[in-house]
Design a binder for this molecule. Structure first.
Ligand SMILES: Nc1ncnc2c1ncn2[C@@H]1O[C@H](COP(=O)(O)OP(=O)(O)OP(=O)(O)O)[C@@H](O)[C@H]1O
Ligand SMILES: [Mg+2]
Length: 732
C-alpha cells in the first residue's frame, strides 16, 4: 500500500459521529461514516450499496443528528408495508410520541419528530402544506431506485424538485449505473449531493447452478465459468437441439411448438438445500399459483424442516392469530395449505394471501422458525427478510408485454437477499438449471451491468392544479425544466447544438456558386431541422402542460384571473385527490346526486374509479340496487365526456371505470361474512383486501376534501367504518 503524503490533514473528528457509533455493538463501515460526515457538512447524499449492506445506518444517523438538534426527519419508503415495518423498527428505539406514520392506510402522530410516510404522501405535503417542512432537516428517500418505476417514478422526481433547499436528502438505493448522473441532476436543482458508492457485498455471495440434483458452482477460483459447468452447458445445448428437432418432427410445421421447459421438482431442491445446510431459503417463483403448487408438493412429500419445539412455537402463533381473526378460516385454499405447511417450516408469500398471513410468514421467517418460503417477486421489493440462500427458479418472467429475461437489477435485488450480516459468513444463490436457462445466461446475469435510472416524469391533473395553486405559468415552465427528464434531454440538446454548429461552420466555408447551390440548400435544411428539434426538446413537457390546462379550464377547474390562472373551488377540490382517476373522481363528485344513496352505496360508486382488475372478472351486479346501477350508467357518461375532451387535446392519461368490485363493497359494507364475497368473485383473498384498502384510501381523502358538504363527509365516515373491519384492517 502506498504511504499517504505527510501533508494530508488528519481526518476531522465529529463528536456526534462518535456518540452515534457508541449505539452499535459493531464498528461502522467507512461508507457509513463518510455519508454521516457529508450530512454534517450540509450536503445531501446518494448512498448506493448492495442489498443488506447497512444503508439504513445512514438514515439512522440522520435521525440521530436531527433529534439532537431538536429538528425533524421525514422518512419515505415506496411501499405501505415497508413504511409500517420502518415505523415498528423506530418504535423500538424512540419514544412513541417522537415517531409518526402516515400512509394511505393510517395516520399516527403526523406531526412527530420522525414521521415515516409513503412517497405519495410527502408529495402532497410539498404541494399543499410546505410549511409543515420548516423544521425538517432531512428527508430520507429509502429505496430511491423506485424512481425507475414506470407508473410511480414521477413521484420521486416531484419530491426532489419541490423539496425546500434547506433540507438535505438522504437517498438510499440499490446499485445503479448512473448514480453520478442522478446526483449531478439533484445538485443542479436542489442542493449539493455527494455520491457514496459502496460496491462490495458485506456478506459475499456464492452462486450455484442446480443440475440433476447437484449444486455446481458457477465460477471457479479464477472467476471463470467452472469447467464442470462448461461441460454441463455443452450437454444442455445438445439436449435442447434434440428436443427442438423432435418437436419439429412431432409438430409437423416449421419450428413446431417449443417443448415444455424441464424443471426440477421443488421438494427435491429443498431437500438438497437442507442436506447442504443452506436453509433458510427464499425460493422465488414468478407466479402465485406455482408458489402454492410448490408448497403443496412439499406438503404431499411429507417434508418437515422443523424440530418438535419449533413446530409447537409456530402452532401457537397460528392459533393466536386465528383466534383473534376467525375469518381466516374462511379464506381460500392457498391459506388452508399454508396453515398446514407452516408448522413444517414451509411457507408461501405472495399478493394473493391476506396481508395478515403474509405478515405472519415474515415474522416466523425472521425468527428462523420457517425454513423455506416460496415467494413471488413482490417479496424482493418489499420487506426486510434476509435468508441464507435464495433460489431463482426462472431467469425470465411473464409481464404485460410478454415473456422476457430478468434485468440485472431484478436478478440482483432477489439474489442479494441471501447472506445475513452477522449470521452467515457467505450467502448462497441457487439458479435452477435447464435447457432454457443455460449456464451462460446465468453467468451473464451475475456479471452483467446494472441498469441506469431513467426519467418517468409525467404530468397529471393533480400536479398541474397544484402547480397553478402556487405559481404562474412562467414559473411553472421553470419547474418543468427542473425535471430529470428535461435534464437528460438537455444533454441531448447539447449534442444537437454541437452538430448544428458544425453544419453552420461547414456552410460558412462554402463559397456560393452554381455547383454548390444545392449543397448549401441541403445544409440549410438540415440546420433548420435540428433547430426545430432543439426547440421542441428544450421544453418537452410544456405542450402537454398547456393541453392539460385547457382540459382543466373546459371543466372549470381553473379560470383566468388577469394574465394568470387561478383554481376554482372545484379545482381546489380536485387538487386534493391523489389517485390515478383524479379528475374523473372530481367530475363524478360534481355530477352525481348522492342524496339518494346509502353510505355503502356511495363507497361502491367510488370503488368503480379506483379498482384495477387483474384479469376479466365475473359481472354479477345483483347485490347492487337499481338506483345504484342507474348511477353507474351516469358515471360511464361522465367518463365518456372526459375521454372525448382528452382525445381532442391528444392527452393520453388513463381513464378507468370498473364495476366488478362494487357488488363486493355492497356485501362487505353491509356486514357479510368473508366467505360470502367469494360467491361473487374469483379474486384471491389478498386482492380483495388490496382493493378494499385502495377504496378506503380514497374514501379517507374524500372525508377531508375542502368544499364537500358536511352531510356527505359524515356518510363517507359511516362507509369507512362499515368497510374497515375484520381481515381488511391493518395491524401495525
Ligand atoms: N457496519 C456494520 N457492521 C455489521 N452489521 C451491520 C453494519 N451496518 C449494518 N449492519 C447490519 O446489516 C443488516 C442489513 O442492513 P440494512 O437493512 O441497513 O441493509 P440495506 O443496505 O438497507 O439493504 P436493502 O438494500 O435490502 O434495503 C442489518 O441487520 C444491520 O444491523
Ligand atoms: Mg434498506
Amino acid at each position: 500500500m502506498s504511504k499517504l503524503p505527510t501533508s494530508t490533514p488528519a481526518p476531522r473528528v465529529y463528536p456526534i459521529i462518535e456518540q452515534f457509533k457508541a449505539r452499535y455493538d459493531f464498528p461502522l463501515d467507512t461508507f457509513q461514516i463518510e455519508a454521516a460526515q457529508e450530512l454534517l457538512e450540509g450536503r445531501s447524499v446518494l448512498v448506493t450499496a448492495p442489498t443488506g449492506s447497512g444503508k439504513t445506518i445512514v438514515a439512522e444517523f440522520a435521525i440521530f443528528e436531527a433529534l439532537d438538534r431538536k429538528l425533524q426527519v421525514i422518512y419515505t419508503t415506496p411501499l405501505k408495508a415497508l413504511s409500517n415495518q420502518k415505523y415498528r423498527d423506530l418504535l423500538e428505539h424512540y419514544p412513541e410520541d417522537q415517531v409518526g406514520l402516515v400512509t394511505g392506510d393510517v395516520s399516527v402522530n403526523p406531526g412527530a419528530s420522525v414521521v415515516v410516510m409513503t412517497t405519495e404522501i410527502l408529495r402532497n405535503i410539498l404541494y399543499q402544506n410546505p410549511h409543515r417542512l420548516d423544521s425538517v432537516l432531512y428527508i430520507v428517500v429509502d429505496e430511491c431506485h423506485y424512481m425507475n418505476d414506470m407508473d410511480r417514478g414521477t413521484v420521486w422526481e416531484e419530491i426532489i424538485i419541490h423539496a425546500p433547499s434547506h433540507i438535505c436528502l438522504v437517498a438510499l438505493s440499490a446499485t445503479i449505473a448512473n448514480a453520478h448522473e442522478l446526483a449531478a441532476w439533484i445538485s443542479s436543482i436542489h442542493n449539493p449531493m455527494r455520491v457514496i458508492e459502496h460496491r462490495e457485498r458485506s456478506v459475499p455471495l456464492n452462486h450455484f447452478y442446480y443440475h440433476e440434483q447437484r449444486l455446481v458452482p458457477v465460477f471457479d477460483d479464477q472467476g471463470e465459468m467452472h469447467p464442470k459447468l462448461q461441460r454441463i452447458a455443452t450437454k444442455l445445448k445438445q439436449q435442447k437441439k434434440q428436443a427442438q428437432q423432435q418437436a419439429r418432427l412431432q409438430g409437423g410445421k416449421r419450428g413446431g411448438k417449443r417443448p415444455k421447459p424441464d424443471k426440477p421438482a421443488e421438494a427435491q431442491v429443498v431437500e438438497v438445500l437442507q442436506a447442504e445446510n443452506m436453509l433458510p431459503a427464499i425460493y422465488f417463483i414468478f407466479s402465485r399459483k406455482n408458489c402454492d403448487d410448490a408448497l403443496e408438493h412439499c406438503l404431499d412429500s411429507g417434508m418437515s424442516l422443523t424440530t418438535p419445539e419449533e413446530r409447537k412455537l409456530i402452532e401457537a402463533e397460528i392459533k393466536a392469530l386465528v383466534q383473534e381473526h376467525p375469518s381466516l378460516k374462511e379464506t381460500g385454499p392457498s391459506t388452508e395449505n399454508l396453515l398446514l405447511a407452516l408448522p413444517m417450516g414451509i411457507s408461501a408469500h405472495h399478493a394473493g394471501l391476506v396481508p395478515m398471513l403474509r405478515h405472519l410468514v415474515e415474522i416466523l421467517f425472521q425468527k428462523n422458525l420457517v425454513k423455506v418460503v416460496f415467494a413471488t417477486e413482490t417479496l424482493a421489493a418489499g420487506i426486510n427478510m434476509p435468508a441464507r440462500t435464495t433460489v431463482i427458479s426462472s431467469l425470465s418472467k411473464r409481464t404485460d408485454g410478454g415473456h422476457r429475461t430478468l434485468t440485472v437489477n431484478e436478478f440482483t435485488q432477489m439474489t442479494g437477499r441471501a447472506g445475513r450480516r452477522g449470521k452467515d459468513p457467505v450467502g448462497y444463490c441457487v439458479i435452477l438449471g435447464g435447457m432454457y436457462q443455460s449456464p451462460y445466461q446465468t453467468a451473464d446475469l451475475i456479471e452483467g451491468d446494472y441498469d441506469p435510472i431513467a426519467s418517468h416524469f409525467s404530468l397529471s391533473y393533480n400536479m398541474v392544479l397544484n402547480l397553478f395553486r402556487k405559481l404562474e405559468r412562467p414559473e411553472i415552465r421553470g419547474v418543468l425544466q427542473k425535471s430529470f427528464g428535461q435534464y437528460l434531454t438537455n444533454k441531448e440538446v447539447i449534442n444537437m447544438s454541437l452538430q448544428m454548429e458544425q453544419k453552420k461552420q461547414a456552410l460558412e466555408q462554402i463559397a456560393p456558386s452554381a455547383e454548390t447551390k444545392s449543397y448549401i440548400r441541403h445544409l440549410r435544411g438540415q440546420i433548420r431541422t435540428i433547430q426545430k428539434q432543439i426547440n421542441r426538446q428544450r421544453e418537452i413537457y410544456l405542450q402537454e402542460f398547456d393541453a392539460i390546462s385547457r382540459v382543466l379550464q373546459y371543466f372549470r377547474r381553473i379560470k383566468p384571473q388577469g394574465k394568470a390562472w387561478e383554481l376554482t373551488a372545484l379545482g381546489d377540490t380536485t387538487s386534493h385527490i391523489r389517485a390515478q382517476n383524479d379528475l374523473l373522481i372530481s367530475l363524478v363528485l360534481e355530477s352525481i346526486d348522492f342524496d339518494e344513496l346509502s353510505p355503502v352505496e356511495i363507497a361502491a360508486v367510488f370503488s368503480t374509479l379506483v379498482f384495477e382488475p387483474r384479469r376479466n372478472m365475473n359481472h354479477d351486479l345483483s347485490p347492487c340496487s337499481n338506483q345504484l346501477r342507474k348511477v353507474f350508467k351516469e358515471i360511464l357518461y361522465v367518463a365518456d365526456d372526459l375521454r372525448y375532451v382528452q382525445e381532442e387535446e391528444n392527452i393520453h392519461l388513463p381513464i378507468t371505470v370498473e364495476f366488478d368490485f362494487a357488488p363486493l363493497v355492497i356485501l362487505w359494507g353491509n356486514g357479510c361474512k368473508w366467505s360470502t364475497l367469494f360467491k361473487f368473485t374469483e379474486m384471491a383473498d389478498g386482492d380483495v383486501v388490496r382493493a378494499m384498502r385502495q377504496l378506503l384510501d380514497l374514501l379517507r381523502q374524500l372525508e377531508t376534501l375542502p368544499y364537500a358538504p358536511d352531510t356527505f363527509k359524515a356518510r363517507i365516515k359511516e362507509a369507512i367504518a362499515a368497510i374497515d373491519r375484520d381481515l381488511i384492517q391493518i395491524i401495525l
